[in-house]
Design a protein around this ligand. Structure first.
Ligand SMILES: Cc1cc2nc3c(=O)[nH]c(=O)nc-3n(C[C@H](O)[C@H](O)[C@H](O)COP(=O)(O)O)c2cc1C
Length: 433
């Protein structure tokens, strides 16, 4: 008897490696962070599971006039003016990279967005930074006090580089809480009408300090307004890691996801779910970070700044790394082979001004030392001529010796102090990067 029923036979099916089921309610993304959100940190966050990464705020006027330079060795793209303004690595991040603009004007925002358009997957407007350098120029949190201007910026971006234009970029905005829940909701509702694709709410008001606990009372309403308008909503503020994020997303009915800043700055593997092993030990992350930073030739001062956030203050490595002046010195501590060419491993790039200050200090110190030595020799000579050492001379010799030592220490201290502000000036330049 024939039958068209296929006999049930047991065929060995290759079983894929067991992958733990991870409950996922929404995206978990890296927040925009000046200095900390520079390229290596974005790449590591993606490696450890971030769904999207925001770049550090870059001021539109700094981008306008930049030259775009590709580096075939690293695969990176540099936006340069007199110095490096911004570095991206399209081959490793473009599809998940949101570029954040600092702006106070629709015209300059659109010009800047067009410049970086080919290397990014979205343009975000910073409307939350409370720092005077942002607000005094009408940017950041100043836009929260001027909704018509914020709306005009977003509308201009949507019409000129948005999804329905040849640039096809989703436009988004990151805001903070306004003084009341109602004001916050009203603002969100009007921003949603501009055609934006995403909105992030940092659950703190502009005057609140980063250590103050995020306030969640506007969250459910904000999430609903965005959901109804078809805008992806992201919550930010006090989100610690992937699992914490999923909890929050689920509890408040959030459609988009959650954004992490400070916790990711301290360990970019917070994006890994506990079910997949959770965050890694800082030593592993440190090694990964330095390897990644060298692969994209990240500026030394930024690498050093970022690794000092990764290494706990009490760890023995912290003190040693704090003194590192080159990638080679960092690699010695971490146990890596340095891949930065020796001639370019100059560590913290000293400005011409700092070099001049240091040279002047060194020259002055030498002259002071020479004068002291001459003074001592003169006193000794007089003593020899007089054939004895009167008490007064002995006292003067002692005093001169003490002065020599004190002056030497003071000169060193002055040199250190002179270096300190100049160092932070160097780092401010990096901060713009
Ligand atoms: C070092 C640092 C730099 C930051 N830079 C930016 C920035 O460029 N743009 C921005 O919108 N927010 C910036 N922020 C704010 C964060 O994106 C985030 O809103 C804030 O830290 C709250 O998130 P958290 O509680 O997870 O830290 C920065 C925060 C830190 C710590």
């Amino acid at each position: 008897m024939t039958t068209d029923q296929t006999p049930s036979v047991s065929v060995p099916v290759p079983v894929p490696d067991a992958v733990p089921t991870v409950q996922k309610y929404g995206k978990v993304v890296l927040a925009p962070m000046v200095r900390s959100g520079v390229l290596p940190m974005r790449l590591l966050s993606l490696k450890y599971g971030a769904d999207l990464v925001w770049g550090p705020e870059t001021i539109d006027k700094a981008l306008i006039g930049c030259e775009r330079i590709e580096n075939p060795k690293t695969g990176c793209v540099d936006y340069m003016r007199t110095g490096l303004i911004f570095r991206a690595c399209p081959s490793r991040e473009k599809s998940r990279f949101i570029f954040q603009l600092g702006t106070a004007s629709p015209d300059t925002a659109v010009q800047a967005a067009k410049i970086v358009a080919q290397d990014v997957s979205g343009i975000d407007v910073n409307s939350g930074c409370p720092k005077p350098f942002s607000t005094h120029a009408g940017m950041g949190a100043a836009l929260l006090k001027d909704p018509p201007r914020l709306i005009s910026i977003l509308t201009a971006l949507v019409s000129n580089v948005g999804l329905d234009t040849p640039y096809a970029l989703p436009i988004s905005v990151k805001i903070r809480l306004l003084p009341t829940v109602e004001e916050t909701h009203d603002l969100i509702a009007s921003l949603c009408k501009t055609g934006i694709s995403k909105l992030t709410l940092h659950c703190r008001t502009p005057p609140m300090r980063p250590r103050e606990r995020a306030i969640r009372d506007a969250l459910s309403g904000a999430a609903k307004i965005c959901k109804d308008a078809g805008v992806e909503f992201f919550v930010n503020g006090d989100v610690k890691n992937y699992d914490d994020a999923q909890e929050l997303i689920k509890s408040y009915g959030i459609q988009g996801g959650a954004m992490i800043a400070v916790s990711a700055e301290a360990n970019p593997s917070v994006f890994t779910p506990a079910a997949l092993g959770g965050p890694k030990h800082w030593r592993e992350i440190l090694t990964e970070y330095v390897t990644t930073a060298m692969s994209v030739e990240n500026q030394f001062s930024n690498t050093k700044f970022c690794i000092m956030n990764l290494v706990p203050g009490k760890a023995p490595e912290h003190k040693v790394l704090a003194k590192a002046k080159t990638y080679r010195e960092i690699c010695d501590v971490v146990g890596l082979e340095c891949t930065i060419p020796e001639e370019r491993d100059q560590g913290t790039v000293k400005t011409q001004r700092l070099k001049a200050v240091e040279e002047k200090e060194a020259q002055e110190k030498k002259e002071r030392d020479d004068r002291k030595v001459e003074k001592l020799a003169e006193l000794k000579r007089r003593k020899a001529e007089e054939g004895g050492e009167p008490d007064g001379d002995a006292e003067r010799i002692k005093r001169a010796k003490v002065e020599t030592i004190e002056d030497t220490n003071t000169a060193d201290a002055v040199a250190d102090l002179a270096a300190a502000p100049a160092m932070s000036a160097t780092e401010t330049v990096t901060a713009v990067v």
